[in-house]
Design a protein around this ligand. Sequence first.
Ligand SMILES: Cc1cc2nc3c(=O)[nH]c(=O)nc-3n(C[C@H](O)[C@H](O)[C@H](O)COP(=O)(O)OP(=O)(O)OC[C@H]3O[C@@H](n4cnc5c(N)ncnc54)[C@H](O)[C@@H]3O)c2cc1C
Length: 166
Amino acid sequence: MNAGAYGGELKDVLVNVTVMDREGNILKKTPEELCMGYRTSSVLSEEYVVLEAEINLEKGDRRLIRARMDDLAARRREKQPLEYPSAGSTFKRPEGYFAGKLIDDAGLRGFRVGGAQVAEKHCGFVINREQATAADVMELCRRVSGAVKEQFGVELEMEVKTIGNF
Ligand SMILES: Cc1cc2nc3c(=O)[nH]c(=O)nc-3n(C[C@H](O)[C@H](O)[C@H](O)COP(=O)(O)OP(=O)(O)OC[C@H]3O[C@@H](n4cnc5c(N)ncnc54)[C@H](O)[C@@H]3O)c2cc1C
């Protein structure tokens, strides 16, 4: 799904990916051929199974790399509600907006349905505050999307993949 954060995406370092298609053919694909976009690629649309990936990394100074890793990890700990279980950033970033800011502006910081809650620390995360069920999480997400659509006319699309109906 082309994971990314802080200005980088997996596609920036990928050289090629070996995949198997639904017929069992083994194919080697470049990032361009995989149409890698924001949290998407043809691995999802074509239902490929990734077998192997070649990644091009640059040599660097060990201490500088460690310092950058520590800095990014600290920024995550400071901004993200890592003290509660969550599936990470819940909604994709709508073009021209930030999901967390829209949810905050809609007055939903800390909003709860059952045990699920819009994190007070970062409104882009739905956390399991207290024994949340999948139904709590989905209902919360529906209400959040509904409120944002009503107030700002922006459609929030889930970044988290769900399995089943709740
Ligand atoms: C606290 C937190 C913070 C996060 N922050 C970010 C962030 O900043 N940026 C970001 O982009 N994401 C973020 N995420 C999401 C995370 O990057 C994705 O959920 C990622 O896909 C997880 O990979 P996994 O291998 O752990 O999960 P898995 O569940 O193993 O895999 C994720 C998906 O890939 C599929 N898959 C697994 N293996 C293969 C394969 N070999 N071939 C084809 N498909 C396969 C699975 O079926 C599934 O749909 C965050 C998640 C959490 C919990």
